[in-house]
Ligand binder design. Structure first.
Ligand code: UD1
Ligand code: CA
Length: 489
């Protein structure tokens, strides 16, 4: 019975995201600024989803076209409500409630700019609201510097009212318990309170916080839940706070992964996005950034100086000083240093891709090696093949791109150019320095380069009196003197 009650979902969550965010000084709406690879409103939606609300409403206003387009992309399940004018948080929630006609039950209100709020905190807030039989429950915290926040005026274990910084007396300003701006309301209490709001305050706004005093005056119970981890309630108003919250969320993400068995050598320079998945015994070396939907399997070592965006790394792979995006790096592979893997790269098990190699749409077979200084675009390389230093897969003729293939256990000599589309069969050789424009059959050697010609005595005739000519003369004298190399022509 009690458990069922605890698991019952809330009627709605309303996320306020209509404010101007003036202090960000940005053409990008504040709630679209990113932390841990997610927009701040995206993080707020993830957190709200933990309550499985029947309705999830995001209130947009300032720069709403951008925000709406973003929401359509990342969270098509949310209902969008528009606040026409930024008349205050009370007006924002009024706009949100207008999208929820006749709603009953619990309405949770949060903000789109509180990125560290954990899903468990919202779940616990709702549980406390139910356990205490409250009409309103406010999430509060004690912060080192309460300046700018609404102060919580207590009446025993209830909240009498919330007073904003600019409306507070000196005695009220001395209070250190602040309103996080995150609440659970009984829907009817909220609707009545919103109805009664008046802009009678220093900012001339409609304050959502006034609903608290209204509920008390109507004889309803208003409780508070104080969260010790105050960083969860701290918002983002400018870019300094954006950086601080980003660093803190990253720290929390790393602590989570370290607890799950990941070694992080230097947490200060290691950045892991919220959507990343890491296995036990992964090691992250300094200056590593794992972004998007990157996953790393057991025993792999990443870094130093590596950025992986939407990359899948297999077990025991070693990825060193590499930039990669939308690539698959198979198990037991070695990549780097100084390797650039672009979208569509797929490295099979035990492949090796080395220094100054760039790949794009390249499928590299098991155990194949591309060790040095190569461009591998639109390429398929079979298992066990070796691509020599300086090879270029010339995939672009100025109009369109084509694919070249190299079969299994073939050998492409250094400084070759494979002009796509061209096919080199299994077990074939390409001589170093060749430009390949015609397919090469199995077991064949392709040689495509000028015949070498040595012109006898050229230096003594054309460069007499130089150090080169002296060196040549000395070398000739020596070989003739010993008689060891002077035979032949
Ligand atoms: C609000 C609270 C304050 C609390 C603080 C916590 C009120 C009156 N005050 O103050 O008690 O300590 O949050 O961070 O509620 N918004 C809209 N439309 C508006 C105005 C704001 O959608 O017209 C949104 C903002 O985008 C933001 C949230 O509401 O996501 C909070 O607005 P903000 O202006 O930052 O409120 P504070 O003055 O910080
Ligand atoms: Ca704020």
């Amino acid at each position: 019975m009690v458990d069922q009650d605890a698991q019952r979902s809330v009627a709605a969550v309303v996320i306020m995201a209509a404010g101007a965010g003036t202090r960000m000084k940005s053409a990008v709406p504040k709630v679209l600024h990113r932390i841990a690879g997610r927009s701040m409103v995206g993080l707020a939606i993830d957190t709200a989803d933990a309550l499985s609300p029947e309705h999830l409403v995001v209130v947009v206003g300032h720069q709403r076209d951008q925000v709406t387009a973003h929401l359509a992309e990342i969270a098509p399940h949310v209902t969008i409500a528009v606040q026409e004018q930024p008349l205050g948080t009370g007006d924002a929630v009024r706009s949100g409630m207008a999208a929820l006609p006749g709603i009953t039950g619990e309405v949770v209100v949060t903000s789109g700019d509180v990125p560290l709020l954990a899903p468990e905190t919202l779940v616990e807030l709702v549980a406390a609201h139910r356990a205490d039989g409250n009409a309103v429950t406010v999430l509060t915290s004690v912060v080192p510097d309460p300046t700018g926040y609404g102060r919580v005026v207590r009446d025993g274990d209830e909240v009498a009212r919330i007073v904003e910084q600019r409306d507070a007396s000196d005695a009220e300003l001395a209070l250190t318990e602040i309103n996080s701006g995150i609440y659970v309301f009984d829907a009817a209490t909220l609707a009545e309170g919103l109805e009664a709001l008046e802009p009678k305050n220093a900012q001339g706004e409609l304050y959502l916080t006034d609903v608290v005093a209204h509920a008390r005056a109507a004889g309803r119970r208003v409780g508070a839940r104080l969260i010790v981890d105050h960083l969860q309630t701290e918002g983002v108003n400018d870019r300094v706070q954006l950086a601080e919250r980003a660093a803190e969320l990253n720290r929390r993400i790393l602590v989570h992964w370290m607890t799950e068995g990941v070694t992080v050598l230097d947490p200060a320079t290691t950045w892991v996005h919220a959507g990343v998945d890491l296995a036990e015994d992964v090691t992250l070396l300094p200056n590593t950034s794992l972004e998007g939907a990157t996953s790393v399997a057991r025993g792999a070592t990443i870094g130093p100086d590596t950025t992986l965006i939407d990359v899948e790394v297999g077990e025991n792979a070693r990825v060193l000083r590499t930039q990669a995006e939308l690539a698959v790096i198979g198990p037991d592979t070695t990549v780097g240093p100084f390797t650039y893997l672009r979208p569509g790269t797929d490295l099979s098990a035990k492949a090796h891709v080395g220094a100054f190699v760039e790949m794009k749409k390249a499928v590299i077979g098991e155990g194949a090696k591309v060790p040095h200084l190569t461009y591998c675009g639109d390429a398929v390389v079979g298992a066990g093949s070796n691509i020599g230093a300086g090879t270029i897969f010339a995939n672009y003729d100025g109009i369109s791109k084509s694919t070249s293939t190299v079969g299994e256990h073939s050998f492409v000599g250094s400084d070759s150019v494979l002009v796509a589309p061209v096919h080199i069969a299994d077990g074939a050789y390409v001589a170093a320095g060749s430009t390949i424009t015609v397919d090469v059959g199995p077991g064949d050697l392709a040689v495509s380069r000028g015949q070498q010609r040595n012109i006898k005595g050229w230096v003594s005739r054309k460069r007499p009196g130089t150090r080169t000519a002296e060196a040549a003369a000395a070398a000739l004298h020596e070989t003739q003197g010993t008689g060891e190399m002077g035979s032949g022509e």
